[in-house]
Design a protein around this ligand. Structure first.
Ligand code: FAD
Length: 468
């Protein structure tokens, strides 16, 4: 007889949800966590959770269904994902959110204008408001999950990195950790992504490395991609190549915006031809794709008034640090737009006419070209930005450089079971979160796609593992 019914690898969002739901079904569960504390990337996140048909939506008057969510999700991803799996995810995201509320996570029934304000929000690409932000964000979410883990009597072994799977006759029968064999009926891989593993980024997400020295990684330190090695040891199918979440940032930003601060509202992005090409406040879900199509990099252009208006107290985007960057010659600055264009090697007339065009649109209330005024209103901001006209002018190199999460993982079915390279289910093996692939696609859907995937598929993995 095995010591454990279920072994869970990783105590982030997916792992904790899996462990708790397996224990709720009566399983004896142990969780291994490589770091000295629980939480992984989940703990660092805003905790925003995308879900349809929830009590929170209902309470603020948003009509929504899993079917509608499914249609939107598949359309946005151009139907390149497996519909059966995505339908299950869309159907279970709502019940999983209710389950979290039952455990004690507080998702206030209030409209929120951003990922930092608890309530229901819209991150820009949703057809209806689906972004549920919990109180105390990802940290609060993990605290509730860990409290629930303890009350279920689930063992947690910190500071212990699972090294291998135990495999007998093609079936997974446990794990090896600290050189000890631990036998179990089921193993759930919930070890997160591989943002901190350069060689795996080269293999599976080279787009992230295109940022060069500007690349910075905000994912949890445990995101080392151990799931890939575990997958290969059992010939599991890998899926999700070339996808992840990269946020568009100016080169001077090296931290998540909570700490880094925000670029000035009065700014435009121009491409190498000096043309404005996108809504600067468009959802992060699609911004990198637009920038990629425009050649992969752009310039953030703003003026002295915008610089001096930056609030203090942040690490990167403050009036002083922009001045410092300009003085050090890392950020381009010039007394006229024509001279700035020359420094950037972009056509002078294009830059001047784009700035003039923008000055005549959004600062006067409406951005006819890119409808940024509507995006700002959705973010709770209805005041128009200032025109860009006060010298000196500034330009900061801007690329998709903030790596949040990666999507290549073990291909799972709608019960979170792992498949092998021939498409057969591997007995005893489940995966979820960034380690389990198939739900997260090319297009990050709304705000909260990844947390919803981790918690929903983690919960499904935990429930399924008890039926092995
Ligand atoms: C700053 C930031 C903000 C974000 N905001 C949002 C948001 O608001 N909404 C959203 O949807 N997504 C957001 N994301 C992305 C989201 O947080 C993650 O994709 C998601 O939490 C991943 O969950 P997970 O359980 O798969 O991985 P994790 O939460 O990273 O958990 C994996 C755990 O496994 C452990 N581990 C790794 N290898 C081993 C091993 N061999 N043995 C044992 N343990 C191991 C790790 O240490 C880690 O604790 C954000 C991410 C960041 C970094």
């Amino acid at each position: 007889m095995n010591d454990w019914d279920v072994v869970v690898i990783g105590a982030g969002g997916a792992g904790l949800a899996a462990a708790i739901s397996a224990a709720e079904r009566g399983s004896k569960v142990v969780v291994f966590e490589s770091e000295t504390e629980v939480g992984g990337s989940t703990q660092l996140s805003a905790g925003m959770f995308t879900a349809a048909g929830t009590s929170v939506q209902k309470a603020v008057g948003v009509n929504d269904t899993a079917d509608r969510f499914f249609q939107h999700y598949m359309d946005l991803n151009q139907w390149k994902l497996r519909p059966g799996l995505v339908r299950k995810f869309c159907q279970q995201s709502g019940p999983t959110l209710e389950w979290l509320i039952g455990l004690g996570v507080d998702f206030p029934a209030a409209i929120s204008s951003n990922a930092h304000e608890p309530g229901l929000t819209q991150a820009g690409v949703e057809d209806v408001w689906r972004g549920h932000v919990p109180r105390d964000q990802g940290y609060g979410l993990v605290q509730v999950l860990d409290r629930s883990r303890r009350s279920q009597g689930i063992d947690l072994i910190l500071n212990t990195r699972v090294e291998d799977l135990l495999i007998e006759s093609g079936q997974v029968v446990g794990v090896k950790a600290d050189n000890v064999d631990v036998h179990a009926n089921s193993v759930i891989i919930a070890s997160g992504g591989f943002s901190h593993n350069r060689s795996l980024l080269e293999r599976f997400y080279p787009e992230a490395l295109a940022a060069g020295d500007d690349l910075f990684i905000v994912a949890g330190t445990g995101s080392r991609g151990d799931h890939i090695r575990l997958a290969e040891s059992v010939d599991a199918e890998l899926e999700g190549h070339g996808t992840g979440l990269l946020l568009v940032t100016a080169y001077l930003q090296q931290l998540h915006h909570w700490q880094a601060g925000f670029p000035p509202k009065s700014r435009i992005y121009v491409d190498k031809t000096g043309r404005r090409f996108m809504n600067e406040d468009i959802s992060y879900a699609v911004a990198s794709g637009i920038l990629h199509k425009a050649g992969g990099s752009a310039w953030t252009v703003f003026d002295e008034r915008a610089r001096t208006g930056l609030p203090s107290g942040y690490a990167n985007w403050t009036a002083e640090s922009v001045r410092h960057e300009a003085d050090a010659g890392r950020m381009s600055t010039a007394p006229t737009l024509a001279e700035l264009a020359t420094k950037l090697s972009i056509p002078q007339t294009a830059l001047s006419s784009e700035v003039e065009r923008w000055n005549n649109q959004l600062p006067r209330g409406v951005d006819r070209d890119f409808m940024r005024n509507e995006t700002l209103v959705n973010k709770g901001d209805s005041t128009s930005p200032d025109p860009i006209q006060e010298p000196p002018f500034y330009a900061a190199r801007t690329v998709p450089a903030e790596l949040v999460c990666t999507h290549t993982g073990l291909a799972i079915d709608e019960s979170a079971r792992v498949r092998d390279s021939a498409g057969r289910t591997i007995t005893g093996l489940y995966a979820a979160g960034e380690a389990g692939a198939g739900v997260l696609g090319e297009r990050y859907v709304g705000g909260g796609n990844s947390i919803a995937n981790a918690l929903t598929m983690g919960r499904i993995a935990g429930l399924s593992s008890t039926t092995t």
